[in-house]
Design a protein around this ligand. Structure first.
Ligand SMILES: Nc1ncnc2c1ncn2[C@@H]1O[C@H](COP(=O)(O)OP(=O)(O)OP(=O)(O)O)[C@@H](O)[C@H]1O
Length: 291
């Protein structure tokens, strides 16, 4: 169990994390979502023992995490800015990681480089942005640490590389269950991987729940604009998209099955609420929804 108790992180006058208490059961994949500047990286730095909170504590299985060598060896914190020696070759960077971590799987690391078609003889300084991200992802996955944190670590990767990454992450997690926390802005793309979702807003945790429970929080209804609007009367609308006469509305809450059946007979289609729609709704005050 990983616990944050009353964690506050300040930079001068800025309160980046504001009195957060959070309990994270282990061996799950978490998605950490939040708008720019909402405090995700700061929160993750405290979870990874990179930063001592201004106030509060982080406990791993009841033990204070900060400056605890065993907990730190068991934590991989991969950020978009990799802390690597630029003159090293990729192979050397992997060797360093292997010496630091008892759980490191060198064979798996090289298998991942093969999958991503990255030559281990390349120098870190010669890598493209996406290739640097691939090195980060390899360092995170092959570490097989009880706590693995990927903080927007795969942003430079192209769509093929990201798909390979999601596939590998899931396969390796199923073979070696551990706690993985992924912070991302590519919500819909990774939503399927998350067992639980934590949403931050202005330094606070707005929501922490199972992904399946969140999906049950709303429904989308799509069809001819007029019919959709008529159907939505009396419901709270969370989001709207209209394109050449077809309207898709996201409605709050579950619908009565009879109501859905009536809507389907009228030519409307229904689907579950997308995580991104819920996120946008919960964290944006400035997006006006028109009807
Ligand atoms: N080293 C720092 N010095 C001063 N302020 C900082 C520092 N790091 C972060 N902040 C501030 O703390 C707040 C939270 O930043 P943080 O990087 O944790 O957010 P984030 O959710 O990770 O953002 P993003 O999605 O843009 O990466 C922001 O207001 C940011 O300006």
């Amino acid at each position: 169990m990983i616990e944050m108790r009353g964690v506050t992180i300040r930079y001068g006058d800025t309160v980046a994390v504001d009195d957060v208490s959070l309990t994270l059961p282990t061996d799950k994949i978490y998605g950490l979502l939040g708008r720019n500047g909402s405090g995700k990286t700061s929160l993750l730095s405290a979870l990874a023992s990179y930063r001592r909170p201004s106030r509060g504590t982080v406990l791993v299985d009841g033990v204070e995490a900060f400056e605890n060598p065993a907990i730190m060896r068991g934590t991989a914190f991969i950020r978009d800015t990799l802390d690597l020696n630029d003159s090293d070759r990729v192979r050397a960077a992997l060797d360093v990681a292997g010496r630091l971590r008892p759980t490191w799987d060198a064979e798996y690391a090289h298998k991942l480089l093969d999958i991503f078609e990255l030559d281990p003889r390349k120098r870190i300084s010669a890598l493209s942005r996406g290739q640097r991200s691939i090195v980060g992802v390899v360092l995170g996955l092959a570490a097989r640490t009880p706590l693995t944190i990927l903080d927007e670590s795969y942003l430079g990767m192209d769509a093929v590389a990201r798909t390979l990454f999601y596939r590998e992450l899931l396969a390796d997690y199923l073979a070696h269950p551990r706690t993985i926390i992924i912070s991302t802005h590519l919500i819909e793309e990774v939503a399927e991987l998350f067992e639980r979702v934590v949403i931050m807003d202005r330094g606070r945790v707005l929501l922490h729940d199972e992904t399946d429970a969140l999906r049950g929080r709303g429904v989308t209804v799509t069809g001819p604009a007029e019919q959709v609007s008529a159907f939505a009367t009396g419901h709270t609308v969370l989001g709207e998209q209209t394109l050449v006469g077809v309207r898709a509305l996201t409605l709050d809450g579950r619908l009565d099955p009879d109501e859905i059946a009536r809507g389907e007979r009228a030519g409307l289609t229904f689907g579950p609420l997308g995580l991104q729609d819920l996120f946008v709704h919960l964290t944006s005050q400035r997006l006006e929804v028109s009807r």
